[in-house]
Structure formats: C-alpha cells, structure tokens
Design a protein around this ligand. Sequence first.
Ligand code: CTP
Length: 401
Amino acid sequence: DIGNAGDSLGVEVFVVGGFVRDLMLERPIEDVDVVVEGDGITFARYFASMHHCRLHQHLKFNTAVIIFEDGFKVDVASARLEYYATPAALPVVENSSIKMDLARRDFTINTLAISLNTETFGTLIDYFGGGRDIKDKIIRIIHNLSFIEDPTRIFRAIKFSNRFGFRIGKVTANLIANALSVGAVKHLSGLRVLSELKQIFGEDNPLPALETMADYGLDKVIHHELKLTDATCALFESVGKTLAWHDLLYSDDVYPRWAVYFMAWLHGYTVKVSTQIADRLMFPLKERELLLEQRIKAEQSIRLIEKSYPVSNQQMYWWLIYFKTESLLFMLALTKNESVRKGISHFYTHQRKIQPLIGGKEIKSVGIKPGPVYSRILNKIIDEKLDGKLNTMEQEIEFAR
Ligand code: CTP
C-alpha cells in the first residue's frame, strides 16, 4: 500500500535501515522506517487519509509518523531531492538522493533499503556493502569521521555488536579508540550517554557489551573509579537468570529491564561515587532515587534478610513491600543464599499482591472512629492473610471489630 501511494504521488518510496537489517537477519521486526524521495509529509498525509490512520507531523524535520488503528507505526522521512543543471540547463532530479540519505547513517548494516514502488517492488538497494557485512557479521562505519560527528555511535556499535553477535571491524575499532582518545565521549551530554546505556542494558544479555565497553575504557570515561570486576560479571549473569525466571511468570508487572542491570553495574560503589555517576549521566530525579536510594536500601535489606533468615511471613512482607519490582529482582540476583532467594520469590509470586478486602468504609461501619488506628487494623489484616487466614470480607470485618 505504501508503494501504491508512492506511485500515485509519483515519488520513490523505500523501507530502510533497521527493518531491512532485521529482515535479512530473520529477527523480529519492531519499527518500520520509510524514506520518501521527495516530501515525506505530503506522502504521509496522503497515505494516512487513504487508510484512515492517525498522523504525527514534525514539520521542522520533514518527518511524520503514521499510526494505524492497532497502534502499528510507520516513520516517514524525506530524502531531499537534489537538482543539478544539465547541459541543456534543464533541472533534472538526481535520483540518488536515497543514497545520500543512507550515506549519512552510522553503520553499513543500517544502510540497506528496499524499494516499495510497484515497478521496482522488493529491489534491494545496497550502496555500502551492508549485505556483505551482515553475512560476514561485522559492524563497519561508512566514513572516518562518523564517531567524531556523533560519539553516541560508539555505544551503538557496541550495542549492535552485542545484540547480533557481530564483531566490530578493525578500522572501525581503531576509529572508536581514536575518538575516545580525543575526548569525544567526555564532551557528550550526560543525557545522551544515559540514553545509550539504557538501551545497552535493556538488551537480552548486556554482559558482553559491558566487557567491550571496559575494553575500550568507556566506563572510565564515565567515572574514573568504574572497573569491571569478576564480581560484576557474575552479578550480571545472575541478573540474567533472575530476569529469565521473571519472564516465565508472565507477570503483568512492567519494570525497566535496564534498571536491574544498572543497579548491578553500580553495586558495591559508594554513595559518593554513585552520586557522581548519577550527576554525570544527568539522571532524572525519579530514576536517581532508584539508582541511589532503592539500590542501597536493597543492598542493606538483603544483608539483613540473609542474617536473620528464616524469618516469618510477616517480617519478610514488611521488609519487602516498599520495594519496586526492579529492586526486588536486583535483590533476587544479589543473594547467593538459595533459601533467601526462595523466600523472596515466594513473597513476589504469592504475597506481594495481598490486600485487605475491606477498607475504611467497612471499618467505620463497625463503629470505630477514623484515625491512625485504621491503617493499623488494615496492616493486621494483612498479617493474618499472610498466614492464610481471613479469606472473606465478613471474616475481615469481624476481625476489625
Ligand atoms: N542513526 C545514526 N546515528 C545515530 C542514530 C541513528 O546514523 N546516532 C541512523 C541509523 O543508521 C539507523 C537510523 O538512524 O538505521 C534509525 O535509528 P534507530 O531507530 O536508533 O536505529 P535502529 O537500527 O532501528 O535501532 P534499534 O534496532 O535499536 O531500534
């Protein structure tokens, strides 16, 4: 349909980048990026009106997002048409504007395009050897200044290399080292580094990426005290197992996957160093709380639980209930004590969602005056429920009385 719309408007339309790469790698496809040789906004408006889609336009960048009814999104960008005068002084369209668009990208594996117009439908466009590099499993930049122009690409190289199990090409690796030696990442804003780190830590198994980062000395650029130890590697593996366990629960709890790895990364560093890292990375307030307070509380609590184990259901509940999912998962990964791990996972799967069935209204109905006593009653009800008692509302009301 996209190709047909291109035909109708007389513009060439291509699907580009990650979509084509993932198609060749036979990996699940998430986003669809389309480049129009011409005005992408006009194209997107036309397509959206034909197919009853919603549209977000970014006029400044000549881009738009087409949003289908089921939420599926297509990003549309414009490849500027370049006009050159011919000897006859007639302007002709330089029809390789798609080439220029692709040439601006980071790695060869991201420069593939497929034509969508009817006549050329399905034709693979590969100006920079991306197809060969996918086959050879290699990450290569397109031009030598790539990392200087955009140092976030250093993190992207590591992310893709880790995700696909590709190696970073020799010249590319040297250019990364070069860019680092001239301080390219040092001058990068904290927010941009943070965004890249979140993506790396959000991948299935970020440990190899962390090792590559350490090989390049990227961790030291973020904070000079950061050092990849065997203990961190072991903790990352433990986080991996914990998250795999959590995935199998099909729990509807959503949590930021990256955050668990982030806590593991900074485990063992002092409050001072952690604060400096949070400052350097311009952590937003909420995430800062997670990184500093929740992580340190989690570390303290796990030590306490290990020391006191076995503990009652109630003790475990009141120790753990105020932790966010990501912190609980971090604690599960952190403990080496199998019984403690079982205790925390039991809390997570069976006790965390326990709530009284009654509320203030019911407590009032038995003639108790509102006040702090209400929360004491509700907490006591939870204590009883943790032992499998008080299964009905009537029982809870009776208990309150
Ligand atoms: N790109 C780039 N330099 C960057 C970021 C992006 O050249 N610093 C280019 C890439 O070539 C990429 C395109 O912009 O193909 C879109 O970026 P993004 O959506 O981040 O890339 P994906 O390849 O889709 O990455 P992911 O699979 O992680 O979403």
